[in-house]
Design a protein around this ligand. Structure first.
Ligand SMILES: CC(C)(COP(=O)(O)OP(=O)(O)OC[C@H]1O[C@@H](n2cnc3c(N)ncnc32)[C@H](O)[C@@H]1OP(=O)(O)O)[C@@H](O)C(=O)NCCC(=O)NCCS
Length: 161
């Protein structure tokens, strides 16, 4: 079944967290230590707070039938804050689908730049999708653990006329 996109709903809190947790713990394991992965995505989550954060941004979910397999978002201040794809469907273009939709929303808003804070794991995908690195953050701390990442941005060409 082809993967399609739809807006985030309140009932997506749990499935999006499951995607996040699997993406961090499985896919992230290529680039981070177990201690870093545990700090980035602890086993315990406050789903209400998680859902509030997803609903506060413009959040899209990728679905394969009824199954949520990925999600991304755009915050009010033009940050692509989250991009997570379940490892079961990795490498099949789901992140590309999500990011292109987020960039479409950014264009609709008239933004000229989208920024993100990319993990080591996501950096090659973001680069492939047109983002460039501003700086490495070797001292990015999460829950008391150093989890290095990268500040990246993508400039959107101004619409003609
Ligand atoms: C990073 C992540 C979102 C990519 O999702 P995905 O659905 O597997 O990515 P896609 O298949 O859409 O790939 C998008 C493009 O990036 C390329 N790409 C993806 N990963 C790559 C890698 N490790 N090296 C080189 N290119 C890569 C793909 O080839 C594709 O390019 P193409 O469309 O021109 O062929 C996913 O692996 C993930 O959730 N990772 C763990 C969590 C994480 O780090 N999230 C980001 C937090 S900042």
């Amino acid at each position: 079944m082809p993967v399609t996109l739809r807006p985030y709903r309140d009932t997506d809190a749990e499935p999006t967290w499951q995607v996040f947790h699997a993406a961090v713990r499985v896919t992230g394991a290529m680039d981070y230590t177990p201690e870093q992965l545990e700090a980035w995505s602890p086993d315990e989550v406050n789903l209400e707070a998680w859902g509030r954060r997803r609903a506060a941004a413009w959040t899209l979910v990728a679905v394969d039938g009824d199954r949520v397999v990925g999600f991304s978002d755009l915050t009010d201040d033009g940050v692509l804050d989250m991009l997570f794809v379940h490892p079961d469907v990795g490498g099949q273009g789901v992140a590309r689908l999500l990011v292109e939709a987020v960039l479409g929303e950014a264009r609709r808003r008239g933004l000229t730049r989208v920024v993100t804070h990319a993990s080591r794991t996501a950096r090659p995908a973001f680069e492939r999708l047109g983002f460039v690195i501003d700086r490495e953050n070797p001292d990015n701390w999460t829950r008391g653990v150093r989890v290095p990442n990268f500040d990246m941005h993508l400039d959107l060409p101004a619409e003609p006329g």
